[in-house]
Every structure is written in structure tokens, then in C-alpha cells.
Ligand binder design. Sequence first.
Ligand code: ZN
Length: 222
Amino acid sequence: MSKECEIVQDLLFGYKDKTLHNASKELVERHLEKCSICKKILKDLEEEENDKENQEKIEEEKEIDYLKNVNKKISKKNKLIIIIGIILLIIILLNIGIFIYYYKEARKVQIYLEDDVTQEQLDNIESSILNIDNNAKIKYYSKEDALNDIKLKFKENANLLSGYETGNNPLPAYFVVETSFDNAKNLVSNMENIDGVKKVTGNFNLNPYLLVISNIMVNTKN
Ligand SMILES: [Zn+2]
């Protein structure tokens, strides 16, 4: 190795990093034009550095990819949690709605009347209801009301009931009583023995879910 080679090789790092003063830089360049050995060494140095930079870039990209994946996983997880939360909320609200509806319906009692019920018996039945609950809301439906009501529910199939008129109306007249939950039970157990009453039914022993479903079905048929 010539003396000049030794000097140049000492300077190659600085040359590569562009930290040499002009005189040294020119010396290196002049030497490199005629010395393939030193040129090869410079080339190796530069490649080594490129490899290093590339390696660093790859590592950095790997890190970014990893972070992106973590983010994706987190946002997937969050989405899942939000979806589950919404479903739970809907279920809870639906249940609250069903039980509010049930509670309202469960306070209703139907008192079906004998066909030959007299006005005196009707008055007696009403006062018996008010005896159990002074604040009960009582609504009377005549046999005709009952028939019209069921014809309304049948709607397009009402002609199936066209044979039933006032003369041969098979439906009983009835009271609908809105009372408290407890008094609904009292009414059912106490009213059936009163003259003129055929049958008493309460909604409180219905399944809340079935109650809502059956009412939805009846109303969507309308
Ligand atoms: Zn050389």
C-alpha cells in the first residue's frame, strides 16, 4: 500500500461524511481517479452506510406497522364494546318499556256480564267495584260495543262476522276496570260470585312478554 493510499484511507471517512477541508477533499478526489483500491474502499464504506440506513428504515417501518396494528386492534375492540353497549341498552329499554306496559295492563280487569243482567244488578256490580277501589276507573261495553269492537279487529275479515247482529250477538257485555295492581287481584277473586257476573279476568297473571307480543299482533292486523 502506497503512502498516499494510507493518507487517503485515513481521510475517506471524512470524505464520505463531507467534513473535509477543500485541500484534503481535492487530494482524495485526485487519488481516487487513479487508485481503484481506495475507490473500492470508499464504495464499501458508502454501501455499509446505506445498509445501515436501510436497516434503520426497516426497523422504523416495522415499529410504525406494529403501532398501527395496535391502534387497529384497539379501535376494533372499542367498536365491539360500543356495539355490545348499544345492544344491551336496547334490551334494557325494551324490557323497561315492556314492564311499564305490563304494569299498566296488569291493573285492568274485565268483568263479563250475563246476557240477562238487570239494571239493578249492573248498579250493584258497579258499587261492588267501588267498594273494593273507590278510585277505580270503570268503563261499560254493551254487547253491541263488544261486537263492533271485534268487527273492527277483524277489519277486512269482518264479513266473517256478518251473520252476527244484535239479534244473535254471542258476545257478552262487560266492564273494563282500571284499578291498582293489588285491587285487580281483589276484583278477580271477589267479583265472580256477584249476581249478573259471568266471568272475571285479570291481566296480571299474563306473561309480560306474551302480553306485548299478542297485543302487537292484534294491532298490526288492524
Ligand atoms: Zn490508493
